[in-house]
Design a binder for this molecule. Structure first.
Ligand code: SAM
Length: 224
């Protein structure tokens, strides 16, 4: 799978994509990350990517032309039609594990990062497939959202995690499902004991305990 991220701050991604599982995913070629600098597609000598909003108001709005140019560049070299173009947006649909599973079926995923007061609405209307939000709050830019989305999707790609079972038993892998409690050595620390059953080695009983101890995934019933 290829994940392309369009941003005016390409350096933002150096660290998140350069460590741990996402780094290994690139090294193993399970996921290819491409960071596109939207500024490279601005047509003026100052490489302007934002302008004042029509109708007045505070802040700046990201211009449609450089984003269109960057997307056309990507589409020209695309190897597959099985592709989704997402725009990060506080007013988009909620990004959930089910969305991550859906997007992980694509061969190519493009994530456009907004900034400032947002993005000229013609991008959402004509150039992308879906606007997505990662929560009900407002970020300064779409870069943090793009990292969250790319991370959640990349770990679903076969070969990225050491053990594919990790994805099956996890929180949200089915709607309402939460992961079971995990423990590791030592079996007792400051008097806090690991549940006895996990030390018995009895697979069937452990499986039943894990099943029973999954919390209810209903958000309203979850401990805050
Ligand atoms: N004026 C916009 C509004 O009221 O919805 C907010 C713009 S926000 C300051 C700048 C950019 O951050 C957005 O264009 C989007 O790319 C990103 N962003 C902000 N909150 C987000 C969220 N909850 N999920 C995904 N992206 C978000």
């Amino acid at each position: 799978m290829k994940i392309s991220i369009l941003t005016i701050f390409p350096e933002y991604f150096d660290s998140p994509l350069g460590v741990s599982i996402l780094k290994r995913a690139s090294e193993k070629a399970a996921v290819e990350f491409e960071i596109i600098n939207i500024r490279d597609f601005a047509s003026d000598k100052h490489q302007t990517t934002d302008d004042r909003p029509f109708g007045g108001g505070p802040g700046m709005v990201m211009k449609v032309e450089p984003i269109d140019g960057a997307l056309q560049f990507l589409l020209k070299k695309a190897k597959s039609q099985n592709r989704k173009i997402l725009l990060t947006s506080a007013k988009g649909v909620m990004f959930t594990q089910q969305k991550a599973i859906e997007y992980s079926q694509c061969d190519e995923l493009v994530i456009v990062c907004g900034h400032y007061e947002g993005v000229d609405e013609r991008v959402a209307a004509h150039l992308i497939d879906e606007e997505v939000r990662i929560g009900d709050y407002v970020l300064t830019g779409g870069e943090a959202a793009a990292v969250v989305i790319a991370d959640a999707i990349a770990r679903l790609i076969p070969g990225v995690l050491g053990n594919e079972l990790s994805n099956v038993n996890e929180s949200h892998s089915r709607p309402g499902q939460l992961g079971f409690p995990q423990y590791t050595r030592p079996s007792e620390y400051r008097g806090w004991k690991v549940p006895e059953i996990l030390l018995t080695g009895h697979e069937a009983n452990i499986a039943k305990w894990r099943k029973d101890s999954r919390e209810d995934g209903d958000e309203n019933k979850r401990t805050q």
